[in-house]
Design a protein around this ligand. Sequence first.
Ligand SMILES: Cc1cc2nc3c(=O)[nH]c(=O)nc-3n(C[C@H](O)[C@H](O)[C@H](O)COP(=O)(O)O)c2cc1C
Length: 359
Amino acid sequence: MPTLLEPACFGAIELANRVVMAPMTRSRADTAGNATDLMAEYYGARASAGLIVTEGIAPSESGKGYCRTPVLDSPSRLAGWRAVTDAVHAGGGKIVAQAMHCGRVAHAANKAPGAGTVAPSAIRAAGLMYTDGDGMQPFDEPRALSASEIGVVVNEYRRFASLAMEAGFDGVELHGTSGYLPAQFLCTGTNRRSDGYGGSVEGRIRFPVEVLGAIVEEIDSGRTGLRICPGNPFNDLVDDRPEDVEETFRAFLAAIRPLGLAWLHVIRRHEANQGIYLDNLALARELHDGALIANDSYDGPEATKDVSEGVCDAVSFGRHFLATTDLPARLAGGRDPESFDPRTLYTPGPLGYTDLSRC
Ligand SMILES: Cc1cc2nc3c(=O)[nH]c(=O)nc-3n(C[C@H](O)[C@H](O)[C@H](O)COP(=O)(O)O)c2cc1C
């Protein structure tokens, strides 16, 4: 079995080591959703990761949920992203773009005027979200997508994948968890549709299956990955029956297996969901043939153990990368990562982002 610091091959992407930087929204795009020079500096500084998964990037204005988050929906966005990918490649790293459509987890104040908030069904998520102008606000009441509009959204993801390649990314990861649009389709509590995109398990998995099909058609399976966390209740995602989760994800993973995705990025779970514990990593190993990236609350020794025992092929670290740019070297030397300042996670500007002097 390989070790954490050995190279790996995920489809068409060669990784120098198996320490992956997990996707983290940091709200340092400009207010129009363009990637900034600060972002290029931030990602470039972490190029020693075997692979970087970017923060969630919206495939359309409507798919944007949070303030100052980036969008990749037209050639006018390419220059900003090209600076990011160039900085990472100059440091010898690899970087994939995470496609994140927030669906109902959004507020109109955080997106361009007129960009609507959409979801499989018109059910508002419980909770509040931050806006720059008015502080914490309730989530928007979403509008249910019509079947033909769903086709439009699938094509927005297709366009995203094509633009990502033009911008120099090494691949695309579909964000399929944490209560965002694909997860809203999968979950029985948020998908109340009675057409071909809801109702049965086959209906609920159809949207993310079509999105992945479109991305693969555009950029090939060797550059496509998916992030999941079966049973994750984040952003008010609750299934009607606890057994819905395993049933849904078994059907979903079986349906996309023929696509041959290069990697599955799985957030493991430590707690039971509505009384049922599901081992997400074991489920992924059973139903996926490509590489497996494991995530959540790993430290160096546990990551080393899981990779060397074949539980996963790589481990992604989120918070440890916030204030530690050279995490693979730290782990190799058995040294602890730096602590980060939670107050600067989403604030504009360099403090706590590229300027780590006060962390
Ligand atoms: C500030 C912050 C922003 C995050 N943004 C995203 C995101 O945009 N997309 C995503 O899939 N996960 C996101 N996550 C979740 C992380 O990718 C990761 O799953 C989580 O931090 C647990 O890993 P860790 O224990 O190594 O930090 C975010 C986490 C943090 C701390």
